[in-house]
Write a protein that binds this ligand. Structure first.
Ligand SMILES: [Zn+2]
Length: 1140
């Protein structure tokens, strides 16, 4: 494969150059620039600022190898799907129109567009490049000066409290609720059963499963074309044999007609119809507990009658799967596009179904339903993408979409930020806002500014420009980056964002080569790389003062529940070890992070752990209404100096409260105490709060139990996600101002109102962890792993993030865990390596295809050693005047990340149902726009999906049926609030696995490679097998009832299914290769996620299986969520309505 390799923005970056190395860290002087000056709007037309090399929209067109056919596995054999009924969720389905859908869907085709960037132009394999981090020598810990003590400092509790500013800021979660979209056309919540049409039927060879009563009366759909083809690019849409070409122009043409007008790839798109074995339907579901067998007959489709009846026993053409073999991912049939093995639905006749359209179908012997194997498979897409990647992804080509988050790949920074830092929904943005509105494709980037890179990728270089600080545009204040254009022999540069011309400071001057590039271009990260850091000067510091190193304060609930559950002693024991692992930049040096300790129930106990003391001293503050810190000297200490006193304290705390009878707690004053301590020490920091119960004790921030499940589904439901009192919003604002980040570890036995308690953590860039019904024995491991990671992970403090864009677009909305006091600056008291911020862009002018669209994300933060830095991520994307180009360069995983955050913000102010409808409507518009403008003319009965978005329906359905948007009977209000907050700062990889869990068959574990996942559906499970499921929060090991003895022996060390202890949270350590490999696998899964996933062993047909099944997201869920098949049919109906 040779895709035109465009000149990268920068040559591979070599050894650190002199300019990179931080030449010591000296106090600097200077005026205080408005580092975050407001953007003054578009500048005069900018002619030549953008990189010339980036124009490569044609990159895909030149590709001679396309993305492998996203083969929709096609089951040529007849099959019943025992246990699977087309279930029509009550919240979908418009009675009167479902009929049409059915009719149309029988002829549904899914056309995938052309492949997206097929790994074009990869640079030579990565050459070992010394990690440049070595160039950085950690700044010596600034000598710490104890902040001056306040007027009252000893144990006195009379000290005047800081006055709490009036509550005003309510904007913690960011922007406005979702714009109400035109009401979704299917808003009728529950179709009268009698009117509902039959499910969209398209796979004739599959006897239709029992129709729901709702659909029984519908006439059979006339169309019978069952083929799902991947849609060719607009203009290039070509049918290939399995799919009957539309009569209009392409009839019978195969190979496909010549190149499309739009210059899209002209090759036929290897359709999705590769005939694949699909054994599952042919034999009884391995799963006993599946849905009941068909009870009624559906009218057959015409296709069923013609050539789509099962040719015989299934599996004649393909060997039946062995139990445990994955049925979800059929082998790719390279080069077999035209070949048909066995009867193919949909291409036996000319455009099947069309003539019949609208007419009742003839009666057929069996019922049909959409074959799950014939619709786009997430596993197939994931595996296809993996297969494409064999070289590092280089970021030098503008507009090139990176491999999927599920693909393992290496990144070489050649001028744009690595996808580990920035992922975009679209790498080719529409030039005009009209186009953008028409398509409804969200334009957004998911930015994870401090993401941890794999060991073989160098962390961002640190650039020190000395006293004068980073070089910036005079007007928009954008930082020096590869997009800036040097002119006048190098004496000035023109800003790529606002076009303003700025003088180059003498110390930064360099000559230009004959192409206009600075000759030192490749020696300077800021001229050649997408991501780098600048050392900030005092001008970038609060009060023009270099920051103190941050502090960590541990605040431990010692009420009855906390003591009794063992929590207090576990925390204290663990802290003794953790104190040696506080974050540091230089692994050789001690951490400069100081620590402090507080315990509390209704009152607070502060501890003096000054090194000179023989024993720690406790100071009690019982006047929680006016919180203050009763001591300054000795509260925040250096671990190395005070180690003995601290250890003594941690040993004593569990004993001191062992007999407590106090059950009530406060919460607001606890955070206030930590905040006041940081204020007094004049530093930023993090509070680790270990809390058990609803704070009902008399104190600021006191809460009442407002849990009322009856509100779910009503107009008042949204209030459950809003904080109960405004106290915490005000407190959060104060915390942000101080750089006080709050991490909350909750151990509730009942409702604790996470929607309210989470306000401060969420607004300060912190995290909420929850361990319901915490029991030391079963939950300790998860909690301690979370705590260890949370304490040790890289984190920046007192951060401000600003996203600048080139003329024509601007960042309009932000989603994540942060605070905003204006419309542009994202303020994060703490920003750790796991937190992502999703940024939405809107047009404010026309974009140019030539210059593309640029964005620069700059994050100013304080490192854990107290150094002030700026991290800069640059990203350039293409711009297009043809919608087709947009649809060719989208990333569905990122779109889903955006849409889920958009929706979860929406439920704060809107009815959940309205939010769901808005999402469905938007996606229908996205797909309808493609259909209307990009796909070649074809039957309205065909569902044509763009290649890059063919998983949009399945993933969207997963979002819609998630517990936050579609609560089931078993999810508590706290859980919903918790998940909502959790998702708000997830990156694309997190949301992907959260909404579409990874399900791995474990029957064979060979070598280092992972087994290929199967689709998240019950019918993919073999009762003879064992499966591992990962959701990012949970890890399940599902064991089939007829599992082979050998597997049991290998995994559990017992030959008997009944002897498996489903309470185990870790597998026994057995001395066999299978056990070893499986445990490694589990460890590696855990290592990849920011939260420790506790293992749950689920035996088939055990009660716990219900929990597991909840995550089989392609199936109908017990809470009423639609199955994938049903939802796809529903989407098709929505699209058709928009088109008509
Ligand atoms: Zn500028």
């Amino acid at each position: 494969m040779n895709v035109n390799q465009h000149t990268p923005l920068a040559a591979p970056y070599g050894q650190p150059q002199p300019g990179y190395v931080q030449p010591g860290y000296a106090p600097l002087d200077g005026g205080y620039p408005t580092s975050y000056m407001p953007y003054h709007g578009p500048a005069p037309a900018y002619q030549h600022g953008a990189p010339q090399q980036g124009r490569n929209e044609c990159v895909y067109f030149h590709s001679s190898v396309f993305r492998p056919a996203a083969s929709q596995p096609y089951n040529s054999g007849a099959a019943t799907l025992p246990g699977h009924q087309p279930s029509y969720p009550q919240h979908y389905g418009h009675p009167s129109t479902m009929q049409q859908v059915t009719n149309q869907m029988t002829g549904m085709q899914i056309n995938s567009g052309p492949p997206t960037a097929a790994g074009p132009g990869y640079a030579p394999p990565y050459s070992s490049q010394p990690p440049v981090s070595s160039a950085y020598s950690a700044a010596p810990p600034p000598s710490y000066t104890q902040a001056p003590p306040p007027a009252v400092s000893s144990g006195s509790v009379q000290m005047a409290p800081p006055s709490v500013p009036p509550a005003s800021q309510q904007q913690y979660y960011g922007g406005p609720p979702p714009q109400p979209l035109p009401p979704s056309s299917y808003s009728s919540p529950m179709p009268p059963p009698s009117q509902a049409p039959p499910p969209l039927v398209s796979q004739p060879q599959q006897p239709f499963p029992p129709p729901q009563p709702a659909y029984s009366s519908a006439p059979p759909p006339p169309d019978s074309q069952a083929a799902f083809t991947s849609g060719p690019p607009p203009g290039a849409q070509v049918s290939f044999p399995p799919r009957a070409p539309p009569p209009s122009s392409l009839a019978g043409s195969f190979p496909p007609p010549g190149p499309p007008p739009s210059s899209a790839p002209s090759s036929q798109y290897p359709g999705s119809i590769s005939p694949h074995q699909r054994p599952l339907p042919s034999h009884p579901s391995p799963y006993h507990s599946g849905p009941p067998p068909p009870r009624a007959q559906m009218p057959p489709t015409s296709m069923a009658q013609s050539n789509h009846l099962p040719p015989g026993p299934q599996g004649q053409q393909q060997p039946p799967l062995q139990p445990g073999m994955s049925a979800g991912y059929p082998a790719q049939q390279n080069g077999a596009f035209g070949q048909v093995r066995g009867p193919q639905p949909g291409y036996a006749g000319p455009y099947p179904g069309q003539p019949n359209y609208g007419a009742p179908a003839p009666a057929a012997p069996a019922q049909k339903r959409l074959d799950p194997d014939a619709i786009p498979s997430p596993i197939q897409v994931i595996e296809d993408d993996k297969a494409k990647v064999n070289e590092p992804f280089t970021t030098g080509v503008r507009g090139q979409a990176p491999p999927l988050v599920t693909t393992s790949f290496q990144v070489k920074d050649q001028g744009n930020a690595s996808p580990r830092f920035v992922r975009c929904t679209a790498y080719n943005m529409p030039c005009t806002s009209d186009m953008a509105k028409q398509s409804q494709v969200p334009l957004a980037a998911v930015i994870k500014p401090l993401a941890t890179l794999p060991p073989d990728e160098a962390p961002p270089y640190l650039v020190d420009h000395g006293e004068s600080g980073p070089i910036r545009c005079n007007r928009c204040k954008a930082y020096m980056c590869p997009y800036m254009q040097f002119i006048e022999g190098g004496r000035r540069f023109q800003c790529a964002f606002c076009s303003c011309v700025t003088e180059v400071p003498p110390h930064y001057f360099q000559h230009l080569d004959h192409t206009g590039k600075r000759v030192d271009c490749y020696e300077r990260p800021e001229l050649s790389l997408g991501s780098y850091e600048f050392l900030a000067t005092v001008d970038y510091c609060k009060n023009n003062k270099l920051p103190q190193p941050p502090a960590f304060i541990f605040l431990i609930d010692v009420s009855y529940n906390a003591v009794k559950s063992g929590l207090v002693s576990i925390v204290c024991q663990e802290l003794k070890i953790l104190l040696d692992n506080l974050p540091r930049e230089n692994p050789e040096a001690d951490s400069v992070v100081r620590v402090g300790f507080v315990t509390y129930n209704k009152v607070l106990h502060f501890y003096n752990v000054k090194a000179s003391l023989a024993q720690p001293q406790m100071l009690v503050v019982s006047d929680v209404a006016d919180m203050f810190v009763p001591l300054l000297d000795g509260f925040l200490v250096n671990v190395a100096e005070s180690r003995l006193v601290i250890e003594s304290l941690l040993d004593q705390i569990p004993e001191m409260f062992a007999d407590t009878r106090e059950t009530e707690t406060v919460f607001g004053p606890v955070i206030q105490a930590g905040l006041e301590a940081l204020k007094a020490a004049d530093c930023a920091g993090k509070l680790f709060v270990f809390h058990t119960s609803l704070p009902i004790a008399e104190a600021p921030g006191k809460l009442k139990n407002r849990e009322d499940k009856k509100l779910v589904g009503t107009d008042k439901e949204k209030s459950l996600f809003q904080p109960q009192v405004s106290f915490y919003n005000t407190l959060a604002k104060e915390c942000v101002a101080q750089g006080c980040c709050v991490d909350l570890f909750l151990f509730p036995n009942q409702y604790v109102d996470i929607a309210t308690l989470g306000v401060v953590p969420v607004s300060t860039g912190g995290s909420v962890y929850k361990y319901t019904y915490f029991q030391a024995q079963s939950d300790q491991e998860r909690f301690l792993n979370d705590l260890r990671r949370d304490v040790q992970k890289p984190v920046g403090f007192d951060a401000v993030m600003r996203v600048r864009t080139s003329t024509g677009i601007r960042a309009t909305d932000f989603y994540g865990s942060f605070f905003m006091s204006n419309t542009t600056d994202v303020e994060l008291a703490g920003l750790d390596c796991d937190k992502a911020v999703t940024v939405e862009f809107k047009h404010d002018d026309k974009l140019s295809e030539e210059t593309g669209a640029l964005m620069q994300c700059a994050v100013l933060y304080t490192t854990c050693s107290g150094q002030r830095r700026l991290r800069v991520h640059n990203m350039a994307v293409n711009c297009c005047s043809q919608l087709a180009d947009l649809y060719r360069n989208c990333e569905t995983d990122t779109i889903i990340n955006f849409l889920s955050k958009y929706a979860l913000r929406g439920i704060l102010n809107n009815h959940t149902k309205a939010v769901r409808d808005t999402l469905i409507n938007q996606c229908a518009q996205i797909l309808a726009c493609y259909r209307k403008n990009c796909a070649s003319p074809s039957s309205a009965g065909q569902l044509i999906l763009p290649e890059c978005m063919k998983l949009l329906p399945v993933y969207l359905n997963c979002v819609l049926k998630s517990d936050v948007l579609l609560p089931g009977a078993d999810i508590s209000l706290d859980d919903r609030a918790y998940l909502r907050q959790l998702i708000s700062c997830m990156d694309v990889s997190d949301t992907h696995v959260f909404f579409y869990p990874r399900l791995l068959p474990l029957m064979k574990l060979e070598g280092d490679s992972l087994p290929v996942a199967v689709r998240a559906s019950e019918e993919r499970l073999s009762k003879g097998g064992v499966y591992l499921m990962e959701t990012g929060l949970h890890l399940f090991l599902w064991v089939g009832a007829s599992v082979q003895q050998e597997l049991l022996l290998n995994i559990f060390g017992t030959p008997s299914f009944s002897q498996i202890d489903s309470a185990m949270t870790n597998l026994p350590v057995l001395d066999n290769p299978f056990s070893k490999r499986l445990r490694e696998l589990i460890d590696s899964f855990r290592a990849q996620r920011s939260r420790y996933m506790k293992l749950m062993v689920v035996k088939q047909e055990d009660r716990a299986e219900l929990v597991f099944k909840h995550f089989l997201v392609e199936d109908k869920s017990s809470s009423g969520g639609a199955s994938y098949v049903d939802f796809l049919c529903h989407m098709h109906k929505e699209i058709r309505q928009l088109l008509s």
